[in-house]
Design a protein around this ligand. Structure first.
Ligand code: GSH
Length: 201
């Protein structure tokens, strides 16, 4: 199988780089310089019409959107490597739910917080306070999930930890801190120790 990874360092492509490393998926990399507009060339738009990274091309067919890529990687490589639950298990249902929770629900709040605390005209302390309150509520949900569990699915680390942890970790950079959520904070610290999380990606 041929896998080509279109990426830019320290971007939405970073969680995919970590997942590829964690799973040991052989692939080629093409760096798309999103600061110089390479994501909007006709050649790249033919691969990802959204003009964004990350994107994979698998045997000639593109797959874009980070969440979709993670779910495909889990299914295609993670099950065999013991890092993603098998189909038709209760854990698979939980894995899908928590990955969507992170990329859809939590990321939306983090995105609002980022805009409301930015330096431009969208800066708005009232929106920032509302987004912070929403993020806190969601972190309460995650805290309850992780209380008494080492990892998201139980005793064993899985790709779910990588996926949820990358989004929650990004949230901390835009102001959604986890200091008041001790189980989340301890889990994030454990996650940072994984070899795949090291290095500049
Ligand atoms: N929802 C998309 C977001 C991708 C995204 O926003 N990528 C940014 C980098 S962090 C990008 O390529 N930006 C280039 C641009 O918007 O021109 C995903 O998860 O794949």
């Amino acid at each position: 199988m041929s896998v080509v990874f279109y990426w830019h360092p320290m971007s939405s492509a970073t969680p995919i780089a970590c997942a590829l490393a964690e799973l040991g998926v052989a692939h080629d990399r093409v760096r798309i310089d999103i600061r110089n507009g390479e994501q909007r060339t006709p050649e790249y738009l033919a691969i990802n019409p959204n003009g964004k990274v990350p994107c994979l091309v698998v045997d000639g067919t593109p797959i874009f959107e980070g969440l979709a890529i993670h779910l495909w990687l889990g299914d295609r490589f993670g099950v065999a490597r013991g890092l993603w639950p098998a189909a038709d298990t209760p854990e698979r249902l939980q894995a899908l739910s928590w990955c969507a929770w992170a990329y859809v629900t939590y990321m939306a709040v983090v995105g609002r917080l980022r805009l409301a605390t930015s330096d431009d005209a969208l800066r708005d302390p009232r929106h920032a306070a509302a987004a912070t309150a929403e993020a806190t509520q969601l972190l309460d949900v995650l805290e309850a999930r992780l209380a008494g569990r080492q990892w998201m699915l139980g005793a064993e680390y899985s790709l779910v930890d990588l996926v949820v942890g990358q989004v929650v970790g990004y949230g901390t950079y835009v102001g959604a801190g986890v200091a008041d959520h001790p189980s989340v904070a301890a889990w994030l610290a454990r996650l940072q120790q994984r070899p795949a999380m090291q290095g500049e990606v």
